[in-house]
Design a protein around this ligand. Structure first.
Ligand code: CU
Length: 295
């Protein structure tokens, strides 16, 4: 009987002309992301004019971020998780790293590989929107990157056990703060020159920077929901120029991290955190987040 079944099974499969994904009732989905500065495509080392309150010219040197808990929305608003392809490079569990820098020019501290989409599958169905979080879930946010699987193995994207990962890492030089090689910030910011936007959890309760916390006062995760979004036709736009619109990127408040690295009591942060739609130093954001839209 065993020998017979070994012949029967392949025969049965070949007679049935469905693909493996149809058999399991799922369909593949790819959600594409485009990084921009005020509507222009992001490129390492390119100069962008008219940024911030001083209409500064900026030159970016890094742009990476984590997204997680990606879900598609049905017409009646139900959120259906996207099962991410576990590719051992960019996607782990429900977490994906988007990487828009290619290691060229001023992005030399980055990586040659880039990643501009999230890939996975959903149950067969009709979807009309997308929902995701910018950030790493708490349960995965305070581990050790040197022993974590990719994409949580990036030490460049990590502060320390206490703070966890940088959810967003955007670095740049500006007219007023040209790129110079400086030692990393005390907060572990890295690329400590120019004006940076590093988003992550802050005021995390643990005995020291090298111990995982029980929780964080400011989780600083961004919840994004885009309706009328069809992955086949639409792209998620991530525009740092819009986040910097009300910031003076030509100066840095003395004694604080370059730009805004989410930490409390940094005068460079209210305009940035507000544009991310996040409360800062106990003050709620005045409006909704400006970073993410669709086209
Ligand atoms: Cu890269």
């Amino acid at each position: 009987m065993k020998r017979l079944s070994a012949f029967v099974i392949p025969f049965a499969l070949s007679a049935c002309a469905v693909t493996p994904s149809q058999q399991s009732g799922t369909q593949p989905v790819e959600i594409r992301f485009a990084a921009q500065i005020n509507g222009q495509a992001f490129e390492c080392g390119k100069s962008y004019s008219g940024v911030g309150t001083t209409k500064s010219s900026i030159t970016p040197s890094d742009f990476r971020l984590y997204v997680s808990q990606v879900e598609l929305l049905t017409a009646d608003g139900k959120a259906v998780p996207v099962a991410l392809n576990q590719d051992k490079t960019w996607q782990l569990e429900n977490i994906a790293l988007l990487d828009f820098e290619n290691g060229q020019g001023p992005c030399r501290n980055g990586t040659p590989a880039t990643n501009m989409s999230v890939r996975g599958s959903v149950p067969v169905g009709n979807y009309s929107g997308v929902k995701f979080t910018v950030g790493v879930p708490f349960a995965r946010n305070h581990g050790d990157p040197t022993v974590s699987p990719a994409p949580l193995s990036s030490t460049a994207m990590f502060w320390n056990w206490q703070g966890g990962y940088k959810f967003i890492k955007f670095d740049m030089a500006s007219s007023g703060q040209p790129a110079v090689t400086a030692p990393p910030a005390a907060h572990g910011g890295g690329n400590a020159s120019g004006f940076s936007v590093h988003l992550g959890s802050t005021v995390c309760a643990s005995a020291s920077r090298t111990q995982a916390p029980s929780g964080c006062q400011n989780s600083n995760r961004m919840e994004i929901r885009l309706s009328d979004f069809n992955p086949a036709n639409n792209v998620v736009v991530i525009d740092m120029g819009r986040v910097l619109a009300n910031s003076n990127v030509d100066i840095n408040t003395a004694g604080t991290s370059p730009g805004c690295m989410s930490f409390p009591k940094d005068a460079d942060c209210p305009a940035v955190m507000g544009a991310l739609g996040l409360a800062y130093d106990g003050v709620p954001a005045a409006g909704s987040q400006q970073l993410i839209s669709k086209k």
